[in-house]
Ligand binder design. Sequence first.
Ligand code: FES
Ligand SMILES: [Fe+2]
Length: 382
Amino acid sequence: MASEQTWNREGLPAWSYRSDRIMALEKERVFLNHWHVVGHINDLKEKGDWLSFDLLGERALVIRGGDGSIRAFHNTCRHRGSRLVEGDQGHCRGALMCPFHAWVYTLEGDLKTPSQPDKFPALDSKEWGLKRLELEIWRGFLFLRFEPGPQGSIAEMMGRHEDELSVYPLESLQPTDGLYTSPITPVNWKAMVDVDNECYHCPTAHPGLTDLYGRCYEEGPWIDGTHRIRGPFNENPSRRELNQRYRELVEQHPEPFRSIPQAWLYIGLFPVSVLVFYPESAGFYRSIPLNAQTSVMTGATYKYDGESESMTLARETSTAIDAEVMLEDKHICELHYQATSSKYWDHGLLGDSEKALREHHDTLRELIPELNSSKSPGDSWH
Ligand code: FES
Ligand SMILES: [Fe+2]
């Protein structure tokens, strides 16, 4: 029987997935002024521990100060703009020293001293300190944005999920392998997020996941900047050996972890962050644009504090299942993205179970009305 729902089922125009001009607008209106998850407080246990976050040419540094507080700054020296810390995360003892001319900053971001201070006028330590960024800690996860924007706080956005998430011990999560980065994927970031916004593709593209969840995954709408997908484990036994082993291990969860539901739960936060909650781990991932036609998926997995041996094995097993899913998603991303270079492809037609994808597009359309044009407004590629 055909769907009787009436809604605008049109996907974003193909040209918008390849446009440098739209990417520039997205940087200003979608990326710099919206929240992004960047890590967890327990990535920064010691004073001087830091992590970094790069986004479309902007560089952030999150560091635990000598006073124990966590702050976010531009990862840019005030002297001549050198990147202060290199890599995903690390530790600096006592102070941050610029690798270019050795200006020194305190762990709280104040300028301690330029090197050869007699060559400079007197510099105020606050005025010439690192430029601060907005940081919010929500249940241990760290979020930052480069500029104020239309979103409220993370706590407000996550409010509607609070009850469901109360059973997960998030504040005490412990890091595992640090940040992972997918291979560079030759697609626009929206193609990645589109795939992530629906599970209509799961039965065909993810046979392993379908064997784990069954077909009864739950998908909600985007509401006030968040989106939820949940896959409760298949009521029937799984056929795949990896899934069987994983489910047997999850069955062995000791208290207090037995109360965590046997399901994979994903909460998306506009624009590109996803928080992940599993019976044996939690974490996040993000679809990060490198430019209009290239993106990467980056993320991290954390273990529950006090995990048992069987939980360690369960975590290793779910990581293996996930690695397969990530490759499958990368593949279908590339397959459908290739259509956007064809002059005969204009846009997709969405089914009822892809409605969240349209809702994500609608938010983008509100922020960037140019996306409502069926023709490219004059990019040279077209
Ligand atoms: S750029 Fe940092 S000290 Fe010169
Ligand atoms: Fe997928």
